[in-house]
Design a protein around this ligand. Structure first.
Ligand SMILES: Nc1ncnc2c1ncn2[C@@H]1O[C@H](COP(=O)(O)OP(=O)(O)OP(=O)(O)O)[C@@H](O)[C@H]1O
Length: 355
């Protein structure tokens, strides 16, 4: 647990960067600090690894005040990913990643072996290990930055706008990779971003900061979207709010229809739904194809699980040529279907509030 206790930061020039911040970040969670430029996100984060000292208040890691831990010792247990990767330009990718293990006392061979593992974990090809940072794309550099921060297996990872310097497609890729990685490694991650979409996508919990470093809300993405605590938070999430909420709600409560049994060739007769239509189950592919009476095949279309998000369910319906999507059970076998009108009750906000 990382705990901020009444933490404030007043810089020498008189800027109040953080005001009386109380925050409890659970071990293993992904917490995002979000807010407009200059609202004290980076300052707050840097107080965790003592790159910035608070003017008042305390920061505890597992009940230990960080002010009492030697800065070097503290930072060896906290990975740090910077906006522009912050790689050493004259060291190879491999040696960049091996840096922390070298500081921890491993010899060159051991450190490089660990670095290879870390590069593999973030999906970087081994052939890139001998290159210098300038010979990599922005996205690759950022992956190296993540690999370096993770190489020594620190329990805490701080990330300062890690994806803001790459183009939107690479950004999405990196976000997905970090999500997968976190599901595997379960570090305590604290990330700074000014992008509310990124915060909603990645955070288990989001701390919304306003100018002056004032905390307006600390809550899950769904709570932030559906119950913004202040007008400031509401204005931050105003765009596409209703649509975004669909990502955080599931299909539970959906009143689906049962599926007829497939014939010997795996074709399911769907004519009661749409005359002349059938569905062909595609074996292991976890998808189906729709077939019309003229034998035209549409697909493959994804199968939807009951624990999928409302957004996934809606997307599957909109992409289907019959406006129906198929549900699968836990073993991947199609058991039912639903249409836009079945989704209707779940999509209506008043109904959603009741479930
Ligand atoms: N070393 C410093 N000395 C004086 N003022 C500083 C210093 N570092 C930051 N500040 C000021 O403190 C405030 C908060 O800065 P901080 O970098 O924490 O904000 P931020 O929310 O991370 O902003 P951004 O999204 O632009 O990075 C800003 O007004 C900034 O100008």
């Amino acid at each position: 647990m990382i705990t901020f206790e009444s933490v404030s930061k007043l810089y020498p020039g008189g800027t109040q960067a953080v005001s009386d911040l109380d925050l409890a970040i659970p071990t293993g969670s992904f917490t995002v600090l979000v807010g407009p430029s200059g609202c004290g996100k980076t300052t707050s984060m840097r107080m965790i690894n003592r790159m910035v000292a608070p003017s008042s208040g305390r920061i505890l890691i597992d009940d230990q005040d960080v002010a009492g831990i030697r800065a070097v010792t503290l930072r060896l247990g906290i990975g740090y990913v910077l906006q522009n990767a912050g790689l050493f330009p004259h060291r190879t990718v491999l040696d960049n990643v091996a840096t922390v293990q070298r500081l921890l006392g491993l010899n060159k061979v051991q450190a490089r072996a660990k670095a290879h593992e870390a590069l593999e974990r973030v999906g970087l090809d081994a052939s890139l290990a001998k290159r210098f940072p300038a010979q990599l794309s922005g996205g690759q550099q950022q992956r190296v930055g993540v690999a370096r921060a993770l190489a020594a297996d620190p329990p805490i990872l701080l990330m300062d706008e890690p994806f803001s310097a790459v183009d939107p497609i690479v950004r999405l890729e990196l976000q997905q990779e970090v999500q997968h990685l976190q599901a595997e490694i379960k570090k305590t991650i604290v990330m700074v971003t000014h992008d509310i979409d990124e915060a909603l996508t990645l955070g288990d919990k989001i701390a919304v900061l306003a100018p002056g470093g004032v905390l307006h809300q600390y809550a899950t993405p769904l709570e932030i979207l559906t119950r913004p605590a202040t007008d400031f938070v509401a204005s931050l999430v105003a765009k596409d709010r209703g649509f975004r909420t669909l990502s955080f709600e599931t299909l539970s409560g959906l009143d689906a229809s049962g599926l007829p049994s497939p014939d010997a060739a795996g074709l399911i007769d769907m004519s009661s739904l749409a005359p002349g239509w059938g569905v062909q189950v595609n074996g292991q592919a976890n998808s189906v194809s729709w077939v019309n009476s003229e034998g035209q095949v549409f697909g493959p279309h994804p199968l939807v699980r009951f624990d999928a998000s409302l957004r996934t369910g809606l997307d599957a319906v909109l992409a289907s040529p019959t406006s129906a999507a198929l549900l699968v059970n836990g073993s991947g076998y199609p058991t039912g279907y639903f249409t836009l009108s079945d989704l209707g009750p779940l999509l209506r906000p008043s109904e959603r509030a009741r479930t």
